[in-house]
Design a protein around this ligand. Structure first.
Ligand code: CUA
Length: 330
């Protein structure tokens, strides 16, 4: 899915129009839903159990005329007091036990789980497949997953706190810079399930979206093969154009001349650019390369110094392709 607009208009898959929750599509989703529904309905029941008698007492025993005095006052009842202490204790202990079992399930990763690495970065997700030698990234990246296979995610952040949320799988995990967090799931349904960032992380937080595409095993294998061959043999400028969206350069840089968080790429190549506190430089291969790898080395006048480094995320040929792409935007 290339267009973020299309992605933003995507609806969460739901089982039916009356469902409160998005369609459950993982092995742990049903147990999460059961405890959720139990909590909601038991709280509704307890609320009525308290509020209805109070309302009835207010009406039934209200003061009928000025100066009416109470005939007696009861201020202790051991049986009732014991009941309202013990019964909630049992209810809460039961809820705790149930929740804890679910929690342990959610964080006990099956040994046969397939390993993926997830990197959060303003404002897109990169998912690396260490066993298959591919990676996907960019706003609206399609993360292919084989049906019925346990998946273990190791999550880390390039910059600020993000949060990886897949409503249909009922999983959510904060992604914190400087440490790894883990998460696992096993999908039970074929389909496309949106991934959200649920920790406010800046301007384009709401566009930090991706899609988990669950496919049957054989379709998944085909997808892998296609993914591997995708960027082979592309002309550099075309590869650069792809990387421009895949690496989410488009989150900050436009190609039509409008300034965004960073300067536009249109028509900059070969021209002089004004820098903050330095003499102007010519935008050439060396300058673009430095701007990608060490973005804080030179700051273009009028823009904030917020670009993260792409060191280690782009190969030599990727960088060359991006340079060729920028060169082509006359
Ligand atoms: Cu990343 Cu919000």
């Amino acid at each position: 899915m290339d267009s973020v607009k299309e992605l933003l208009s995507m609806r969460l898959p739901v089982a039916s129009k009356l469902s409160w929750l998005p369609e459950a599509a993982s092995t742990t989703a049903d147990s999460v839903d059961w405890i959720f529904y139990f909590l909601v309905w038991s709280c509704v029941g307890l609320f009525l159990l308290v509020v209805l008698p109070v309302a009835w007492f207010c009406l039934r025993y209200r003061r009928k005329h000025e100066g009416q005095k109470a005939l007696s006052q009861v201020d202790h009842n051991v049986k009732i007091e014991a009941a309202w202490t013990l019964l909630p204790c049992i209810y809460l202990a039961f809820l705790f036990y149930w929740g804890f079992i679910g929690f342990v399930d959610l964080y006990t990763i099956p040994v046969e789980a397939k390993h993926l690495r997830v990197i959060g970065q303003k404002w897109n997700w990169t998912v690396q497949y260490p066993d298959d030698d591919i990676s996907v990234s960019g706003q609206g990246a399609i993360i292919g997953i084989p049906l019925g296979q346990a998946i273990r995610l190791t999550l880390s952040s390039q910059d600020v706190i993000h949060s990886f949320f897949v409503p249909n799988f009922r999983i959510k995990q904060d992604v914190v810079p400087g440490r790894y967090s883990t998460l696992w799931f096993e999908s039970t349904k074929v389909g496309e399930f949106p991934v959200f960032c649920t920790e406010y992380c800046g301007d384009e937080h709401s566009k930090m979206l991706a899609i988990i595409k669950v496919m049957p095993q054989d379709e998944y294998k085909e997808w892998l093969v296609k993914k591997k061959s995708e960027n082979v043999g592309l002309p550099p400028a075309e590869l650069g154009q792809k990387l421009y969206t895949q690496k989410a350069c488009n989150a900050c840089h436009t190609v039509d001349g409008t300034p965004k968080i960073g300067p536009s790429f249109k028509g900059v190549y070969g021209h002089m650019t004004q820098l903050e506190g330095m003499s102007p430089v010519k935008v050439d291969d060396g300058y673009i390369r430095e701007s990608i790898l060490e973005p804080q080395a030179k700051i273009v006048k009028g823009y904030p110094p917020v670009m993260p480094t792409f060191k280690g995320q782009l190969s030599e040929s990727d960088i060359n392709a991006l340079i060729e792409f920028i060169k082509s935007l006359k």
